[in-house]
Design a binder for this molecule. Structure first.
Ligand code: GLP
Length: 256
């Protein structure tokens, strides 16, 4: 894992934006995996401001609530349209977001996996992280080999996300999420985390044992993961000084 610790979320998001911009310039037909939540918001603003060519880019989102109409302001369809897609020249047919209103959810999930394969697999997956270490909506105890499927949110995640819905009762219980096995097949993972509320989950992800109790810890088995953090999110890392030194002394050919 490459741990990139920056003083502020702004600087950490800037590095993530440069990594993605470089991918889109090197591979105009890249396949991106995208995340929602407050963490990638600034990253998406930055990408939209970079005037990149998205015309051949394909995207797959990690997850979606079950039962929310697409037009609901808190659906991840709305989130992606508002925060990224309406600002870039992506072709609508290249956008994939789980359909939380599919009549046959298992069949939909199988088709979603098939579409990722047919697109050539995900080149780079953007990830946020829940306070309990969830990635996508793979809550603690998720199978580390799981594929796209229905999940039930934990009370903690419903409480955390209540801030978007006005009340906890309004947060759906069920979601569709890419599985951990699906995420592990992306060629590159780019995990962002900001704020002290994420510090324990990040410490477990980077330095803890690999355990379904902190699903993001499985990324230790992935060959190419970058973790972009601000200082508060990094505050519980035992080897933070080492990661800083590594980053500050990267050979020029390794940077973006
Ligand atoms: C939700 C999303 C995750 C996201 C997490 C953290 O549960 N499904 O993909 O990483 O929230 O959200 P935030 O970035 O708002 O802290």
């Amino acid at each position: 894992m490459e741990i990139i610790i920056q003083p502020t979320p702004e600087e950490a998001a800037g590095i993530a934006a440069r990594i993605i911009a470089r991918l889109l310039r090197d591979k105009p037909g890249a396949v991106l995996g995208l995340a929602t939540g407050s963490t990638p918001l600034r990253l998406y603003q930055m990408l939209a401001g970079m005037k990149l060519d998205w015309s051949r880019v394909t995207t797959f989102n990690l997850d979606e609530y079950i039962g929310l109409p697409r037009e609901h302001p808190q659906s991840y369809h709305s989130f992606m349209r508002e925060n990224l897609f309406r600002h870039v020249n992506i072709a609508p047919e290249n956008i994939h977001i789980p359909d939380g209103n599919a009549a046959d959810i298992p069949a939909f999930c199988a088709v979603y996996e098939e579409r990722i394969r047919a697109a050539g697999g995900i080149d780079l997956q953007v990830l946020g992280i829940g306070g309990d270490g969830h990635i996508g909506f793979n809550e603690p105890s998720s199978s580390l080999a799981s594929r796209t499927r229905i999940k039930t949110l934990t009370p903690q995640t419903r409480r955390d996300n209540a801030r978007f819905f006005g009340s906890e009762q309004a947060v759906p219980h069920h979601v569709i999420t890419m599985g951990i096995g699906t995420i592990m097949e992306a060629r590159q993972n780019l995990l962002l985390a900001f704020g002290e509320k994420k510090a324990a989950a990040i410490a477990g992800t980077v330095e803890g044992p690999v355990t379904a109790d902190n699903p993001a810890s499985v990324l230790q088995f992935h060959p190419s993961v970058k973790v972009c953090l601000d200082e508060p999110a990094a505050c519980r890392l035992r080897r933070a000084d080492y990661y800083r030194w590594v980053f500050d002394n990267k050979p020029a050919w390794q940077t973006w």
